[in-house]
Design a protein around this ligand. Sequence first.
Ligand code: IPD
Ligand code: CA
Ligand code: CA
Length: 269
Amino acid sequence: MDNRERNELFETAKSFIREAGTTIREKIDKPRTIETKSNADDLVTEMDQETERYFAEQIKSHFPDHRLFGEEGFGDEIENLKGLVWIVDPIDGTMNFVHQKRNFAISVGIYKDGVGEIGLIYDVMDDILYTALRGEGAYKDGKKLEINSYKKPIEQSILCLNTTWLLPENRHVEHEGIHNLVKKIRSTRSYGSAALEFAYVAEGIIDGYLSLTLMPWDVAAGAIIVHEAGGIVTTAEGKDIDMLNRTTIMASHPDIHKEVVENYVELKQ
Ligand code: IPD
Ligand code: CA
Ligand code: CA
Protein backbone atom coordinates (compact mmCIF):
# COMPACT_ATOMS: atom_id res chain seq x y z
CA MET A 1 0.00 0.00 0.00
CA ASP A 2 1.62 3.26 -1.08
CA ASN A 3 0.94 6.63 0.54
CA ARG A 4 -1.76 7.62 -1.91
CA GLU A 5 -3.64 4.35 -1.32
CA ARG A 6 -3.28 4.73 2.43
CA ASN A 7 -4.62 8.29 2.33
CA GLU A 8 -7.59 7.18 0.24
CA LEU A 9 -8.28 4.37 2.70
CA PHE A 10 -8.02 6.87 5.58
CA GLU A 11 -10.55 9.24 3.95
CA THR A 12 -12.95 6.38 3.19
CA ALA A 13 -12.69 4.95 6.71
CA LYS A 14 -13.39 8.41 8.14
CA SER A 15 -16.50 8.72 5.96
CA PHE A 16 -17.73 5.28 7.17
CA ILE A 17 -17.20 6.12 10.84
CA ARG A 18 -18.94 9.51 10.53
CA GLU A 19 -21.88 7.98 8.68
CA ALA A 20 -22.22 5.20 11.27
CA GLY A 21 -22.11 7.82 14.03
CA THR A 22 -24.76 9.95 12.35
CA THR A 23 -27.11 6.95 12.21
CA ILE A 24 -26.54 6.25 15.92
CA ARG A 25 -27.21 9.92 16.82
CA GLU A 26 -30.42 9.92 14.76
CA LYS A 27 -31.68 6.83 16.59
CA ILE A 28 -30.39 7.65 20.07
CA ASP A 29 -33.87 8.18 21.57
CA LYS A 30 -35.56 5.21 19.88
CA PRO A 31 -36.56 2.30 22.16
CA ARG A 32 -33.92 -0.42 22.21
CA THR A 33 -33.59 -4.13 22.70
CA ILE A 34 -30.95 -4.79 25.31
CA GLU A 35 -29.47 -8.25 25.63
CA THR A 36 -26.66 -9.58 27.77
CA LYS A 37 -23.60 -11.55 26.66
CA SER A 38 -20.97 -13.09 28.98
CA ASN A 39 -22.71 -11.84 32.17
CA ALA A 40 -25.66 -9.71 33.33
CA ASP A 41 -23.58 -6.49 33.04
CA ASP A 42 -22.13 -7.26 29.59
CA LEU A 43 -24.68 -5.47 27.40
CA VAL A 44 -25.35 -5.51 23.67
CA THR A 45 -28.07 -3.75 21.68
CA GLU A 46 -29.36 -3.98 18.13
CA MET A 47 -27.46 -0.71 17.49
CA ASP A 48 -24.11 -2.43 18.22
CA GLN A 49 -25.07 -5.11 15.69
CA GLU A 50 -26.51 -2.72 13.11
CA THR A 51 -23.34 -0.59 13.24
CA GLU A 52 -21.01 -3.54 12.80
CA ARG A 53 -23.18 -4.89 9.96
CA TYR A 54 -22.86 -1.48 8.27
CA PHE A 55 -19.04 -1.72 8.45
CA ALA A 56 -19.13 -5.31 7.17
CA GLU A 57 -21.21 -4.28 4.14
CA GLN A 58 -19.15 -1.18 3.36
CA ILE A 59 -15.84 -3.02 3.63
CA LYS A 60 -17.09 -5.89 1.47
CA SER A 61 -18.36 -3.59 -1.28
CA HIS A 62 -15.43 -1.10 -1.31
CA PHE A 63 -12.53 -3.39 -0.38
CA PRO A 64 -13.43 -7.02 -1.12
CA ASP A 65 -9.90 -8.22 -0.27
CA HIS A 66 -9.88 -6.59 3.19
CA ARG A 67 -11.04 -8.52 6.26
CA LEU A 68 -13.10 -7.42 9.27
CA PHE A 69 -12.29 -8.43 12.84
CA GLY A 70 -15.34 -7.19 14.75
CA GLU A 71 -16.79 -7.70 18.20
CA GLU A 72 -20.32 -8.66 17.18
CA GLY A 73 -19.56 -11.46 14.72
CA PHE A 74 -20.45 -9.87 11.36
CA GLY A 75 -16.86 -9.98 10.24
CA ASP A 76 -14.47 -12.76 9.28
CA GLU A 77 -13.01 -15.62 11.29
CA ILE A 78 -9.67 -14.06 12.13
CA GLU A 79 -6.74 -16.29 13.05
CA ASN A 80 -3.94 -14.06 11.79
CA LEU A 81 -3.48 -10.44 10.73
CA LYS A 82 -2.21 -11.10 7.20
CA GLY A 83 -3.18 -8.49 4.60
CA LEU A 84 -5.50 -5.61 5.46
CA VAL A 85 -7.64 -6.14 8.53
CA TRP A 86 -10.15 -3.69 9.97
CA ILE A 87 -10.46 -4.19 13.75
CA VAL A 88 -13.79 -2.64 14.72
CA ASP A 89 -15.67 -2.05 17.93
CA PRO A 90 -19.03 -0.72 16.67
CA ILE A 91 -19.95 0.75 20.07
CA ASP A 92 -17.28 0.90 22.74
CA GLY A 93 -18.98 1.79 26.00
CA THR A 94 -22.29 0.04 25.41
CA MET A 95 -23.22 0.45 29.07
CA ASN A 96 -22.83 4.23 28.69
CA PHE A 97 -24.78 4.09 25.42
CA VAL A 98 -27.66 2.32 27.21
CA HIS A 99 -27.63 4.20 30.52
CA GLN A 100 -26.32 7.65 29.57
CA LYS A 101 -26.78 8.00 25.81
CA ARG A 102 -23.31 9.51 25.67
CA ASN A 103 -19.64 8.72 26.50
CA PHE A 104 -19.33 5.94 23.92
CA ALA A 105 -17.28 5.67 20.75
CA ILE A 106 -16.84 3.81 17.50
CA SER A 107 -13.32 2.41 17.30
CA VAL A 108 -11.64 1.43 14.01
CA GLY A 109 -8.03 0.27 13.68
CA ILE A 110 -6.72 -0.74 10.25
CA TYR A 111 -3.74 -3.09 10.29
CA LYS A 112 -1.56 -4.23 7.41
CA ASP A 113 0.25 -7.52 8.05
CA GLY A 114 -0.13 -6.86 11.78
CA VAL A 115 1.17 -3.28 11.69
CA GLY A 116 -1.25 -0.53 12.76
CA GLU A 117 -1.62 1.93 9.86
CA ILE A 118 -4.80 3.88 10.66
CA GLY A 119 -6.53 4.57 13.99
CA LEU A 120 -9.93 6.25 14.31
CA ILE A 121 -11.95 6.83 17.47
CA TYR A 122 -15.24 8.68 17.08
CA ASP A 123 -16.90 10.16 20.16
CA VAL A 124 -20.33 9.94 18.61
CA MET A 125 -22.47 12.26 20.72
CA ASP A 126 -19.83 15.00 20.99
CA ASP A 127 -18.97 14.59 17.30
CA ILE A 128 -15.21 14.48 17.99
CA LEU A 129 -12.95 12.39 15.77
CA TYR A 130 -9.51 11.27 16.96
CA THR A 131 -7.30 10.06 14.11
CA ALA A 132 -3.80 8.77 13.47
CA LEU A 133 -1.79 7.51 10.53
CA ARG A 134 1.36 5.52 11.30
CA GLY A 135 4.35 7.87 11.24
CA GLU A 136 2.24 10.99 10.74
CA GLY A 137 1.05 11.86 14.24
CA ALA A 138 -2.27 11.87 16.03
CA TYR A 139 -5.03 14.45 15.74
CA LYS A 140 -8.25 15.50 17.45
CA ASP A 141 -10.59 16.99 14.85
CA GLY A 142 -7.52 17.91 12.80
CA LYS A 143 -5.57 19.48 15.71
CA LYS A 144 -2.25 17.77 16.42
CA LEU A 145 -1.95 15.90 19.71
CA GLU A 146 1.47 15.82 21.35
CA ILE A 147 2.36 14.30 24.69
CA ASN A 148 5.33 16.33 25.87
CA SER A 149 7.79 15.10 28.47
CA TYR A 150 7.83 17.22 31.60
CA LYS A 151 9.21 14.66 34.05
CA LYS A 152 5.86 14.19 35.68
CA PRO A 153 6.11 12.22 38.91
CA ILE A 154 3.74 9.28 39.31
CA GLU A 155 2.43 10.97 42.49
CA GLN A 156 0.96 13.75 40.35
CA SER A 157 -0.63 11.43 37.80
CA ILE A 158 -4.25 10.59 37.11
CA LEU A 159 -4.81 7.03 35.90
CA CYS A 160 -7.89 5.66 34.19
CA LEU A 161 -8.70 2.49 36.02
CA ASN A 162 -11.85 0.42 36.08
CA THR A 163 -12.66 0.57 39.77
CA THR A 164 -13.93 -3.02 39.79
CA TRP A 165 -10.21 -3.96 39.87
CA LEU A 166 -10.27 -2.67 43.46
CA LEU A 167 -12.88 -5.17 44.65
CA PRO A 168 -11.65 -7.96 46.94
CA GLU A 169 -12.91 -10.63 44.51
CA ASN A 170 -10.80 -9.22 41.66
CA ARG A 171 -8.83 -12.19 40.30
CA HIS A 172 -6.43 -10.24 38.15
CA VAL A 173 -4.07 -8.71 40.62
CA GLU A 174 -3.16 -8.86 44.29
CA HIS A 175 -5.69 -6.78 46.22
CA GLU A 176 -3.40 -4.83 48.53
CA GLY A 177 -1.02 -4.09 45.67
CA ILE A 178 -3.59 -2.38 43.48
CA HIS A 179 -4.72 -0.34 46.49
CA ASN A 180 -1.12 0.78 47.04
CA LEU A 181 -0.81 1.85 43.39
CA VAL A 182 -4.04 3.85 43.69
CA LYS A 183 -2.81 5.48 46.91
CA LYS A 184 0.47 6.44 45.24
CA ILE A 185 -1.04 8.30 42.27
CA ARG A 186 -2.98 11.56 42.49
CA SER A 187 -6.35 10.05 41.52
CA THR A 188 -8.25 7.70 39.26
CA ARG A 189 -10.90 8.24 36.61
CA SER A 190 -13.16 5.73 34.90
CA TYR A 191 -15.03 6.79 31.75
CA GLY A 192 -16.46 3.40 30.77
CA SER A 193 -15.09 3.35 27.22
CA ALA A 194 -11.62 1.96 26.62
CA ALA A 195 -11.42 3.76 23.27
CA LEU A 196 -12.17 7.14 24.84
CA GLU A 197 -9.70 6.43 27.64
CA PHE A 198 -6.95 5.84 25.04
CA ALA A 199 -8.02 9.06 23.30
CA TYR A 200 -7.79 11.01 26.57
CA VAL A 201 -4.26 9.69 27.16
CA ALA A 202 -3.32 10.87 23.64
CA GLU A 203 -4.90 14.24 24.41
CA GLY A 204 -2.88 14.52 27.64
CA ILE A 205 -5.90 15.03 29.90
CA ILE A 206 -5.21 11.68 31.57
CA ASP A 207 -1.69 10.38 32.26
CA GLY A 208 -2.34 6.69 31.81
CA TYR A 209 -4.89 3.94 31.22
CA LEU A 210 -4.39 0.63 32.97
CA SER A 211 -6.71 -2.25 32.14
CA LEU A 212 -6.39 -5.84 33.21
CA THR A 213 -8.49 -7.34 30.43
CA LEU A 214 -9.35 -5.92 27.02
CA MET A 215 -10.06 -7.39 23.59
CA PRO A 216 -8.32 -6.42 20.31
CA TRP A 217 -11.27 -4.26 19.17
CA ASP A 218 -11.01 -2.22 22.41
CA VAL A 219 -7.33 -1.57 21.76
CA ALA A 220 -6.64 -1.54 18.00
CA ALA A 221 -7.32 2.14 17.22
CA GLY A 222 -6.29 3.51 20.63
CA ALA A 223 -2.87 1.89 20.53
CA ILE A 224 -2.04 3.64 17.23
CA ILE A 225 -3.41 7.01 18.38
CA VAL A 226 -1.56 7.01 21.74
CA HIS A 227 1.68 5.86 20.10
CA GLU A 228 1.44 8.55 17.41
CA ALA A 229 0.76 11.22 20.06
CA GLY A 230 4.05 10.26 21.76
CA GLY A 231 2.76 7.91 24.46
CA ILE A 232 3.72 4.32 25.20
CA VAL A 233 1.35 1.35 24.81
CA THR A 234 2.25 -2.11 26.11
CA THR A 235 0.66 -4.84 28.18
CA ALA A 236 0.54 -4.11 31.91
CA GLU A 237 3.76 -6.17 32.14
CA GLY A 238 5.48 -3.90 29.62
CA LYS A 239 5.35 -6.42 26.74
CA ASP A 240 4.17 -6.04 23.12
CA ILE A 241 0.44 -6.38 22.57
CA ASP A 242 -0.99 -9.45 20.90
CA MET A 243 -3.65 -7.96 18.61
CA LEU A 244 -5.45 -11.31 18.21
CA ASN A 245 -6.25 -12.16 21.84
CA ARG A 246 -7.42 -10.83 25.19
CA THR A 247 -4.74 -8.62 26.77
CA THR A 248 -3.86 -6.34 29.65
CA ILE A 249 -3.00 -2.72 28.76
CA MET A 250 -0.83 0.07 30.05
CA ALA A 251 -1.10 3.11 27.78
CA SER A 252 0.48 6.24 29.14
CA HIS A 253 2.63 9.28 29.17
CA PRO A 254 6.27 8.14 28.74
CA ASP A 255 7.28 9.73 32.08
CA ILE A 256 5.22 7.32 34.16
CA HIS A 257 5.02 4.18 32.02
CA LYS A 258 8.02 2.34 33.44
CA GLU A 259 7.05 3.01 37.04
CA VAL A 260 3.43 1.88 36.67
CA VAL A 261 4.56 -1.29 34.87
CA GLU A 262 7.12 -1.98 37.62
CA ASN A 263 4.43 -1.46 40.27
CA TYR A 264 2.07 -3.77 38.41
CA VAL A 265 4.66 -6.52 37.96
CA GLU A 266 5.59 -6.22 41.62
CA LEU A 267 2.00 -6.35 42.87
CA LYS A 268 1.21 -9.37 40.70
CA GLN A 269 3.89 -11.47 42.41
C1 IPD B 1 -16.03 -2.25 27.25
C2 IPD B 1 -15.59 -0.84 27.59
C3 IPD B 1 -15.17 -0.74 29.04
C4 IPD B 1 -14.07 -1.74 29.37
C5 IPD B 1 -14.55 -3.14 29.04
C6 IPD B 1 -14.94 -3.23 27.56
P1 IPD B 1 -17.88 -2.57 25.31
O1 IPD B 1 -16.36 -2.36 25.88
O2 IPD B 1 -14.51 -0.44 26.78
O3 IPD B 1 -14.69 0.55 29.33
O4 IPD B 1 -13.76 -1.66 30.75
O5 IPD B 1 -13.51 -4.07 29.30
O6 IPD B 1 -15.40 -4.54 27.29
O7 IPD B 1 -18.36 -3.89 25.82
O8 IPD B 1 -18.69 -1.44 25.78
O9 IPD B 1 -17.63 -2.58 23.84
CA1 CA C 1 -15.32 -2.44 23.69
CA1 CA D 1 -18.55 -2.97 21.88
